[in-house]
Ligand binder design. Structure first.
Ligand code: GTP
Ligand code: MG
Length: 848
């Protein structure tokens, strides 16, 4: 918003602030204006200090504060003078009165401006608001600007304005004067064309009314002015003058305040300083107090935590036979898992042992030779704190790894030098290709836990070519071993599935290694029989991939915690999962192979228990249900000791459905467990009847005594067989995945003519994108002149130069191809390449 400023010879000049350039708005909002920062000022002008001045003021610091206080005194004196003129009877804080006062001052000032001798006025200033800092002042400093002819004779105009409104009622008169004034001033402002120097500034006192927040216009107070006789006015003036004189005396003597009608105050600078220091001390004391309080609180908290930890330890040492709630068990769980021990034998076998509550141990074991296994207790603790579940559970079936295939070896420039063989010809060999990254399903692995410790997999780089036409050796390939059932995805939220390894021994190329760079022997042609250029080896691609394990099992055992799932698995297979009488004994899925009739086998997976609300994260959540997705049949073990087995059954079914509707339609067998216990046997009849009414046939068994388990297994096997016939073996899933190696190969063979140009006209940068061109740029060895020339030729032949010219590239613009940046030169003569032409063939020195 533009603002008005005036320059006038100033009949009654107000306070001067040395060196402060201020800008203001007529009718500026009073937002940010606080009475405490200066109170109601003469005329209530709200000003904004421009940035430079504000910074200056900040630098001035304390002296500025002192100056402000001096201004305060001055201001009060001004106020006293005004009041003494009879416009306001007392120095009350009443807002309405203040308002009335300021409005009157506006009119007064405007009238002054019009009626006073403005023959000396040479300019009208317009200042722009810059900083959002408002300070109230009573006077304005304006900038010198050429005054338009319209108000070059302000005397007559002002007289006219006053004359025309003299008959109007007193209260509306203000409005009219104000309007006229604004109209008169509006026009010259449009001619504003800049500001002059500070030294040309002068001061004028112009009142501006305080405006209500958000209100656009200046409010004009309407009402009766308190009538005052000339004698009263004079009396008031004399009184004010007396007090001012007294105040000045007090100030010169360095005394405190002067109490009178206007309650003026004055403090010497020394007093200011003293007061400030006292305040600071007070503040410091407060800070110290707060600090000690905080420390006390912190110590209290620490004690509380220690006590809780002790309690937790006591709690967690309860006997294994004690039944306890799920919540208790899971709270103990995290604590107990800290007692992890992991070992690794020399031949790559690994074993992780968890000391569960009640003295039970859970063991996971496997073999991997590619990865190193180290126990990282502290890391795990931190992880478990972060996510609420032990890291080992999170890392069981998920991992994120980095793979990079090897770079190709560089080609070399060499010539055959042999006695009696002049001009032996080029003999620079080609670099070897970089190593590939393979991925293989290893049946000896059953989790992705090894990837907790080894994340980066890099294949070896190809050896450089040699003289005598020797090609470099290929880089060493590496194989990332994963358990069967692993899905390999691109990292990221929308990562595509790249591969799926389901069968043991299945092996795929994940990333092919970079090609070796050609040596100069490869560039020999009829026209150039002594080429002096070679290529760099191609960089091997790198990427982050996410691994996700879905166990490959024929049968999945589901059910609530403590139903006897692990007991069932142990009774039907040779697997030895942890069995204990508390919920969530099983934290990671266990696999077991069940042999039926000697020749038929099937894999059974025992999964961690499910609770109602698992999909919202209750208990261990339903994360592990992912592993049942590949199962052909589900065995639902129902806890016979449960008070309401039917409801329990329904809850688990619902959780299955919520996780994946496909799971709910999978064939499933209901096995009512713990039939050896009389209470359970009592419930069996009603349970069976209940399920039958729903069309489900339930089995009953006692996993502990192995009674009835065979029937369950046979029923499950029948389903498995049926499914096997329906779906001939595993569907060819690996064919569906996106072969990343194919993508890489395709990119490599992409043509250099296929490119796009992205122009940033602002920075004059041209980005040329194209897989073929980028590969070519990366492989160009800039050490050789011929390579540089070849690059230029390729740019021309591929149409890049023409396309850039068509799009308006100019001399000096930046052109980027892949990772390289060039400057565009219009001349065809290749500028500094001229050096090369002067017979520096074969030099490896760039002509800088
Ligand atoms: N009497 C009797 N007890 C059983 C039977 N099956 C399991 N149990 C007991 O039930 C308790 C829990 O058995 P688990 O096999 O650990 O149960 P789970 O379903 O694997 O439990 P989570 O792994 O915690 O989900 C153990 O104390 C078993 O001894 C059974 O058929 N009869
Ligand atoms: Mg279990």
């Amino acid at each position: 918003m533009e603002s008005l400023c005036f320059k006038a010879p100033v009949p009654s000049c107000g306070v001067f602030f040395a060196g402060q350039a201020l800008s203001f708005r007529v009718g500026v909002s009073s937002r940010g204006f606080s009475p405490s920062s200066g109170g109601l000022r003469l005329g209530n002008i709200v000003c904004k200090v421009n940035g430079r001045e504000r910074r200056k003021a900040q630098r001035l610091g304390r002296s500025q504060e002192a100056a402000r206080k001096r201004e305060e005194v001055e201001r009060k004196r001004e106020e006293a003078l005004i009041r003494s003129r009879g416009q306001v009877a007392s120095a009350s804080d009443d807002r309405k009165r203040k308002y009335r006062n300021s409005e009157n001052i506006i009119v007064k000032n405007l009238e002054n401006l019009y009626t006073s001798d403005l023959s000396g006025v040479t300019s009208v200033g317009v200042l722009q608001l810059r900083e959002e800092e408002e300070i109230p002042v009573g006077s304005l400093r304006v900038k010198d600007l050429p005054l338009k002819s319209k108000i070059s004779s302000p005397e007559t105009q002002a007289h006219d304005a006053i004359a025309s409104v003299s008959e109007v009622e007193a209260d509306t008169r203000m409005e009219v004067v104000h309007k006229k004034f604004t109209a008169a001033m509006a026009e010259p402002l449009t001619g504003f064309d800049g500001m002059s120097d500070d030294k040309d500034m002068e001061w004028v006192e112009v009142g501006v009314a305080e405006e209500e927040e958000g209100d656009e216009t200046v409010e004009v107070w309407k009402g009766d002015l308190p009538p005052m006789s000339p004698e009263e006015e004079e009396e008031l003036l004399r009184e004010a003058e007396r007090e001012i004189a007294e105040l000045e005396r007090a100030a010169s003597e360095g005394r405190g305040s002067v109490s009178g009608k206007f309650e003026l105050e004055f403090e010497s600078e020394a007093e200011f300083a003293q007061e400030d220091e006292a305040e600071e001390r007070e503040e410091d004391k407060e800070r110290v107090l707060n600090k000690s309080e905080k420390e006390m609180k912190l110590a209290d908290l620490r004690r509380l935590v220690q006590r809780m930890e002790l309690e937790l330890e006591e709690e967690s040492s309860f006997s294994g036979d004690d039944p306890s709630s799920a919540a208790e068990a899971s709270s103990v769980l995290v604590k107990k898992n800290k007692k992890k021990r992991s070992t690794e034998s020399d031949d790559g076998d690994w074993e992780v042992i968890y000391n569960g509550p009640g003295g039970n141990t859970h063991t996971s074991a496997g073999n991997f030779k590619s990865g190193e296994w180290n126990s990282e207790e502290e890391d795990e603790e931190e992880d478990s704190k972060e996510r609420g579940i032990p890291a080992v559970m999170r890392c069981f079936d998920r991992a994120k790894i980095y793979v990079k295939s090897g770079n190709g070896g560089n080609g070399v420039v060499a010539f055959r030098r042999e006695k009696f063989v002049p001009f032996g010809g080029p003999s620079g060999g080609t670099g070897g290709r970089g190593g590939h990254v393979y991925i293989e399903a290893d049946s000896s692995m059953n989790s992705l836990l090894p990837f907790r410790n080894k994340v980066h997999f890099r294949a070896g780089r190809g050896a450089h070519g040699g003289g005598k036409s020797k090609d470099g050796a290929s880089g060493t390939d590496i194989t990332v071993k994963v358990p069967p059932g692993t899905i390999i995805k691109e990292a990221g939220p929308e990562g595509k599935v790249l591969l799926e390894l389901t069968k043991p021994g299945q092996r795929q190329t994940l990333l092919p290694g970079g090609a070796g760079g050609r040596g100069n022997a490869a560039f020999k042609t009829g026209r150039n029989n002594a080429p002096q250029l070679a290529e760099f080896g191609e960089e091997g691609p790198e990427m982050w991939v996410e691994l996700e394990l879905k166990l490959v099992a024929d049968v999945g055992i589901v059910g609530v915690p403590n139903a006897g799932k692990s007991t069932f698995l142990s009774s039907v297979s040779a697997a030895k999962p942890e069995i204990a009488n508390y919920p969530f004994t099983t934290l990671l899925p266990n696999l077991g192979v069940v042999a039926i009739d000697y020749d038929a086998t099937m894999v059974v997976a025992d999964l961690p228990g499910l609770l109602e609300g698992a999909h919202t994260g209750v208990g261990l959540g339903h994360e592990f249900l992912r592993h049942t997705e590949r199962c052909r049949v589900l065995v639902h073990v129902v806890d016979g000791m449960s008070l309401q087995p039917e409801e329990e059954y329904e809850a688990v079914r619902l959780e299955l459905q919520l996780f994946n509707p496909e799971l709910a339609v999978k064939p499933h067998i209901v096995a009512f467990n713990k039939l050896d216990i009389p209470e359970a046997a009592e419930r069996w009849e009603s349970f069976q009847a209940n399920l039958r009414s729903k069309g489900v046939d339930a089995f009953c068994m006692s996993a502990a005594t192995r009674r009835g388990t065979e029937e369950v297994i046979r029923a499950a096997y029948a389903f498995v067989e049926e499914e096997r016939i329906n779906v001939k073996d595993y569907p060819e899933e690996e064919e569906q995945g996106v072969e990343i190696a194919d993508i890489v190969r395709k990119q490599r063979s992409s043509r250099i003519e296929e490119f796009t140009i992205v122009a940033d006209k602002h920075t004059r940068t041209w980005q040329v994108n194209g897989a073929g061109l980028e590969r070519f740029t990366q492989m160009t060895n800039w050490e050789y002149f011929e390579a540089v020339r070849r690059f230029q030729h390729v740019l021309a032949a591929s149409g890049v130069n023409r396309a850039l010219r068509d799009q308006g590239v100019k001399e000096g613009d930046t052109v980027r191809v892949g990772q390289l940046e060039f400057q565009w030169l219009d001349s065809e003569d290749m500028a500094n390449l001229g050096e090369w032409k002067r017979g520096v063939r074969g030099s490896k020195v760039w002509p800088h």
